[in-house]
Design a protein around this ligand. Structure first.
Ligand SMILES: *[C@@H]1O[C@H](CO)[C@@H](O)[C@H](O)[C@H]1NC(C)=O
Ligand SMILES: *[C@@H]1O[C@H](CO)[C@@H](O)[C@H](O)[C@H]1NC(C)=O
Ligand SMILES: *[C@@H]1O[C@H](CO)[C@@H](O)[C@H](O)[C@H]1NC(C)=O
Ligand SMILES: *[C@@H]1O[C@H](CO)[C@@H](O)[C@H](O)[C@H]1NC(C)=O
Ligand SMILES: *[C@@H]1O[C@H](CO)[C@@H](O)[C@H](O)[C@H]1NC(C)=O
Ligand SMILES: *[C@@H]1O[C@H](CO)[C@@H](O)[C@H](O)[C@H]1NC(C)=O
Ligand SMILES: *[C@@H]1O[C@H](CO)[C@@H](O)[C@H](O)[C@H]1NC(C)=O
Ligand SMILES: *[C@@H]1O[C@H](CO)[C@@H](O)[C@H](O)[C@H]1NC(C)=O
Ligand SMILES: *[C@@H]1O[C@H](CO)[C@@H](O)[C@H](O)[C@H]1NC(C)=O
Ligand SMILES: *[C@@H]1O[C@H](CO)[C@@H](O)[C@H](O)[C@H]1NC(C)=O
Ligand SMILES: *[C@@H]1O[C@H](CO)[C@@H](O)[C@H](O)[C@H]1NC(C)=O
Ligand SMILES: *[C@@H]1O[C@H](CO)[C@@H](O)[C@H](O)[C@H]1NC(C)=O
Ligand SMILES: [Cu+2]
Length: 562
């Protein structure tokens, strides 16, 4: 009989003897969490403001699970906002009902209502995270998911002495929903964030940070595991620790071939586990995070800091800052990403699809569409294959499962409708896009190759793309236009990185492959909230298979209605 360790609100835990769950394998347990969505006043940068939280915590509670566990999270909404939560990177096999993106797999949990996300953690272990998946509410509604390997299975790297979550974020002094509303009203990008944060705290380079600095105590000679998560809304970030190199061992809950680096690059949605050895002279060392932006655009480039503090060193010692790559360091970004490789060991193989059933090429475009109510009669927009995604008012998964007509179409084009010199000179003509809720239908268990091609429509820019319901293999990437005749020969089909979110380089392309063995409706979008909001998103409808365990599970009884 399994015994589950249960955490509530992160503040206490107790044991539950499981009586009713006989169908769970012996080594698995059931973990239950209560998530109360509450508004709470929080103060940063000398400003107090009400923010949306889970259980009053910012960042929210960590979900701890072990590979094989069943996790039940009862989300109860006490706030005056619609809510939904996404368990980012969990594959949710046949179980899109627990995936969370509002109007894609569920309708929102309305004020005063509850919904229990019920899912199994199958064949995954490592660091993932959860966040609100409705409008910009993930600005403050996020937390870590830590999945331990099965009992008795060690990490395939040095066992750390201790571990810490490092969640990078963005902070706005004003109400985030107001900021977005203002941007949409004007048809312009909304105001940039006022600070970056590490575990919700901006650190001493910002005013009023005395109580708002995260510190991690280390002992000389010991090895630590840092579970780094980029929960920022719009910024890809560099992260480094003064005087200490990091050994990357895992990305997006997949083990990698270890490599050592002075800085990491992490895009919104991604996670990176690193080992850090406390081998330096006892002291205080800054950890720091600052954006990477190599397009001609303005970002909040302020540096968040936290402190790595050797045991016994007094707080009066001034920490040293690490050297971060400069914000426009494209060369660092490309070479860092090129070092990422799946571990691909017998125990953790990289099952890269070698044969492709379906070839897709999607262009990423920014643009300008007419907007009668906007300041200048225009608004900024974004598109995939020239289609700006229009959010439906019913969950797409419900529409698919119950065969409700008229909610979406499955005619998303496999290729750009009008090929052009994608990354050539900036294209200012023809910036209009087509609006629609258009999806792509994928046959069960077919293999898909998707090339995401950045374009110079308005401007080139790096876009972190996230696919729900799957991990994928990043088989190739390059600068300029993807060449279907030459580039596939250079693909890595042996040990490419496996992940759930990948950065498409500025003015370049990225090719991913996955096997569509998880039936459902799976969202795919840019993880820059700014671009998602502008329509840089679509979804795949993966059909049911013919076998007994190859179709979408029936919806839970408490699934929120629209
Ligand atoms: C989780 O696993 C258990 C045991 O195999 C199974 O009974 C249950 O249906 C699974 N739940 C989901 C949502 O897949
Ligand atoms: C939160 O702060 C505002 C001022 O910023 C104040 O008016 C309000 O009463 C506070 N609410 C709570 C619950 O403390
Ligand atoms: C979820 O939590 C709410 C609030 O505590 C409670 O009323 C509801 O019964 C819970 N739902 C389940 C399925 O336990
Ligand atoms: C955005 O920034 C401008 C300029 O600093 C300021 O006037 C405006 O109030 C801000 N908007 C919101 C919603 O905070
Ligand atoms: C970190 O790595 C760099 C480059 O590989 C090396 O020069 C440096 O000595 C290393 N620093 C430490 C503290 O190990
Ligand atoms: C950050 O941006 C400001 C202007 O927006 C610029 O003056 C400053 O040099 C930038 N800092 C870095 C480190 O690039
Ligand atoms: C990067 O920015 C620095 C100033 O912040 C500038 O001197 C340099 O030319 C830029 N490099 C590139 C490749 O744009
Ligand atoms: C909007 O119009 C104003 C006034 O004509 C102009 O100054 C501004 O640059 C325009 N903004 C955009 C995004 O076109
Ligand atoms: C695409 O544009 C680039 C930059 O303007 C140019 O160098 C290249 O020759 C163009 N390619 C084609 C096929 O026209
Ligand atoms: C995108 O669609 C719009 C509206 O149908 C059209 O005017 C434009 O030419 C298309 N652009 C591209 C690059 O396909
Ligand atoms: C999917 O296809 C592969 C290759 O043909 C096969 O090995 C596998 O068993 C199939 N999976 C399912 C669930 O049908
Ligand atoms: C909340 O969600 C419901 C169901 O989709 C919708 O009818 C309502 O307009 C939403 N409320 C807000 C404030 O967005
Ligand atoms: Cu984007």
């Amino acid at each position: 009989m399994a015994i589950g360790k249960i955490f509530f609100s992160g503040s206490f835990f107790f044991f539950l003897y499981l009586v009713g769950f006989i169908s769970i394998p012996a080594d698995a347990a059931v973990k239950r969490y209560q998530f109360d969505i509450q508004v709470k006043n929080v103060s940063r940068l000398c400003h107090a403001k009400p923010i949306v939280t889970v259980n009053g915590m910012f960042p929210g509670p960590t979900i701890y699970a072990r590979e094989g566990d069943r996790v039940l999270i009862n989300v109860t909404n006490y706030a005056q906002y619609n809510m939904s939560i996404h368990w980012h990177g969990l594959e949710q096999f046949r179980n899109g009902w627990a995936d969370g993106p509002a109007y894609i797999t569920q309708c929102p949990i309305q004020t005063g209502h509850s919904y229990t996300y019920d899912f199994n953690v199958t064949a995954q272990r490592g660091t993932l995270w959860w966040h609100a998946h409705i409008f910009w509410l993930r600005a403050t509604v996020y937390g870590a998911i830590v999945i331990m390997p099965k009992q008795g299975t060690p990490f395939p790297f040095t066992q750390p002495y201790r571990e810490t979550n490092i969640i990078l974020g963005e902070w706005w002094n004003n109400d985030v929903e107001e900021i977005v509303k203002q941007g949409n009203k004007l048809g312009l990008p909304p105001n940039m964030s006022d600070a970056h944060t590490i575990n919700g705290k901006p650190g001493p380079l910002f005013p009023c940070s005395e109580k708002h600095t995260f510190a991690m105590e280390v002992e000389q000679g010991k090895t630590y595991l840092l579970r780094i998560i980029n929960a920022a809304l719009n910024d890809e970030l560099f992260f480094a620790i003064a005087g200490h190199n990091m050994t990357v061992v895992e990305i997006d809950a997949v083990y990698t071939k270890p490599f050592t680096t002075q800085a990491i690059l992490i895009a919104p949605g991604q996670t990176t586990n690193v080992l850090v050895q406390a081998t330096q002279a006892p002291g205080r060392y800054f950890m720091a995070a600052r954006p990477f932006m190599d397009a001609p655009l303005t970002v909040d480039n302020k540096t968040a800091t936290a402190i790595l503090q050797y045991k016994g060193v007094p707080n009066t010692v001034l920490p040293i800052l690490p050297q971060l790559p400069s914000p426009n360091d494209t060369a660092f970004a490309l070479s860092y990403n090129a070092r990422l490789r799946s571990l691909n060991s017998p125990q953790y193989p990289a099952n890269v699809p070698l044969k492709v059933d379906r070839h897709l090429v999607y262009t990423i475009g920014l643009g300008i569409n007419p907007c009668a109510t906007c300041l200048n009669g225009t608004q900024l927009t974004a598109s995939l294959n020239n289609i700006t995604f229009v959010m439906p008012q019913t969950g797409l998964l419900q529409a698919h499962y119950f065969n409700i007509k008229g909610v979406f179409r499955t005619d998303f084009p496999d290729r750009p409708p009008k090929p052009f010199n994608y990354t050539g000179a900036p294209l200012t003509a023809n910036l209009g896009t087509t609006l629609g809720t258009r999806l792509s239908k994928i046959a069960f268990n077919s293999t898909v190759e998707l090339v995401l091609q950045d374009t110079n429509l308005l401007t080139v820019e790096s876009h972190p793309f996230h696919l729900h319901g799957y991990n994928f293999f990043v088989v190739g990437t390059g600068i300029g236009n993807f060449d279907p005749a030459k580039d596939p020969a250079k693909f890595n089909l042996v040990d490419p990185p496996e992940r759930n979110t990948v950065g498409v380089p500025t003015g370049g392309w990225t090719a991913i492959r996955f096997r569509a063995d998880n039936p459902g409706v799976w969202f795919m979008h840019c993880h820059l909230e700014l671009h998602t909001g502008w329509g840089l998103k679509t979804a795949f409808v993966v059909e049911n298979g013919k076998g007994p365990d190859q179709s979408i599970l029936p919806p839970p009884k408490d699934l929120p209605p629209c």
